[in-house]
Design a protein around this ligand. Structure first.
Ligand code: ZN
Length: 78
């Protein structure tokens, strides 16, 4: 079983489809059982969608820091 930390670490690669099949399966299994990580995934996807809807590929300043804070708090409470 993969840890929350591992899942959160690979989350952006997972969203970008840059993880191999084995890891993808592990992450998906983890997300099924871990509410916290699936919330983080959801939030991340929504955030990305908002920015792509605005037609900018540029990551706004503070975005990655906020995301990292979210990841850290999620990992800690798991
Ligand atoms: Zn988790």
């Amino acid at each position: 079983m993969v840890s929350c930390q591992r899942v959160l670490q690979e989350l952006s690669n997972y969203i970008d489809n840059e993880v191999n099949a084995a890891l993808r399966e592990q992450i998906e299994n983890h997300l099924k059982t871990c509410r916290r990580c699936s919330v983080v995934l959801d939030t991340t996807k929504k955030t990305i969608r908002i920015y792509s809807d605005e037609g900018t590929l540029e990551v706004p300043s503070g975005y990655s820091e906020r995301l990292r804070g979210l990841f850290l708090s999620a990992a800690k409470s798991c």
